[in-house]
Design a protein around this ligand. Structure first.
Ligand code: OSB
Ligand code: MG
Length: 369
């Protein structure tokens, strides 16, 4: 395939409700959308970098810079027929995994369409649906959190994740567990603690949590190994895993027992599959994390989460948990069995709606060869 044109857009989508984590509150989801055109086809990608560098050093503006000035010029006009060649063409850029992953996703979508198959099939996924959960932001009080969880359980979500931060942790988790003694429950600290906070983390060790996600520093695999040795509950790493090597280091160091795989955080779907394969061979469970994606990123996450090693429910909720109106159709709905269907159409299997896309676009630029 000869890459003819790339379009880059900075979009802003209003969330149905503000999403608060230990690093801040998001009211509108800002991200980048890329469209890569070749052979009369269009492949779509989403860059999950946010407006602020709270989750990752990457932001929509750093990703725009890396894409516009380095990555897009290195693929425009080129003949690229497989993922390894694409990665080789982009490998001169160090870091910036979210920028890399967005362009790589558009190429995966193109490649699947070119081959006349779904992204799920190209990735090696199986089955028509995946088990999912819901991730709740920090609420004003433990009781408010319990009520929101009650509503999501009534909708049919089979697994709940709550965000925690210092001062809104043990009491919140205990109240939720007391209200719902049987549910699949996990907590996510988004790097809000230090090793000397181990007693606070240990205070949640008897709550029968599925896992404790990223309690310590985003760049600190080492101290997670020290903390895991003091806990029965598995640690799951999110922010600390930026590449297949990080996943290997973390498991070999016993810094975690579970890995949250987000294609954007690890540089792309190719790297996500590599981490999945490595963890599966070691018997370590993985699950697909989320970044409040639009229908484009959500479709890709569903395809990825259908690989056999994704044995825990993903942070892939129904469209209406995030947005009143999405840029791609059809929207994703929760099935009665707590699953969401994996798109079966060509490529990503969703259709971008130009009218909605235009409405949410802040800036756009077209790159031609
Ligand atoms: O840490 O998993 C996280 C959203 C934005 C940034 C980081 C995280 C999250 C979520 C939301 O937990 C998951 C979702 O998309 O539903
Ligand atoms: Mg997380």
């Amino acid at each position: 395939m000869r890459i003819d044109q790339v379009e880059l857009r900075h979009i802003s989508m209003p969330l149905v409700a503000p999403f608060e984590t230990s690093f801040g509150v998001e009211v509108d989801r800002e991200c980048l959308i890329v469209a890569v055109r070749a052979e009369g086809l269009t492949g779509w990608g989403e860059c999950v970098a946010s407006a602020n560098p709270g989750y990752s050093y990457e932001t929509v503006k750093t990703a725009w810079h890396i894409l516009a000035d380095f990555l897009i010029p290195s693929v425009l006009g080129r003949q690229v027929d497989d993922v390894p060649s694409w990665i080789a063409a982009c490998s001169h850029v160090r870091g910036h995994p979210m920028a890399q992953a967005s362009l790589q996703l558009a190429f995966w979508d193109l490649l699947a369409q070119w081959q006349g198959i779904s992204l799920q099939r190209l990735l090696g996924g199986q089955g028509d649906r995946v088990r999912v959960g819901v991730s709740l932001g920090i609420q004003a009080s433990p009781q408010a959190l319990v009520e929101r969880i009650r509503a999501y359980l009534a909708e049919g979500y089979p697994r709940v994740k709550i965000k925690i931060k210092p001062g809104k942790d043990v009491e919140y988790a205990r109240t939720v567990r007391a209200a719902f003694p049987e549910i699949l429950l996990q907590v996510d600290a988004n790097s809000a603690y230090r090793l000397y906070d181990a007693p606070t983390i240990q205070a949640m060790d008897d709550l029968n949590l599925l896992l404790i996600e990223q309690p310590l520093g985003y760049d600190n695999i080492f101290d997670h190994a020290k903390l895991q040795a003091q806990l029965r509950t598995p640690i799951c790493l999110d922010e600390s895993i930026h590449s297949p090597d990080h996943a290997r280091w973390a498991l070999e160091m016993n810094a975690c027992r579970i890995i949250n795989i987000k294609p954007g955080r690890v540089g792309g779907l190719h790297e996500a599959v590599q981490i999945h394969n490595f963890c599966r061979a070691r018997g370590a469970p993985v699950w697909c994390g989320g970044m409040l994606e639009t229908g484009i990123g959500r479709a890709a996450n569903l395809a990825l989460a259908s690989l056999p090693g994704f044995t825990l429910p993903g942070d892939i909720s129904a469209t209406n948990r995030y947005y009143h109106e999405d840029i791609a159709e059809p929207s994703f709905v929760l099935n009665a069995d707590g699953t969401i269907n994996v798109p079966a159409g060509l490529g990503l299997g969703v259709t971008v709606q130009p009218r909605v896309l235009q409405k949410v676009t802040k800036t756009e630029k077209t790159f031609r060869r």
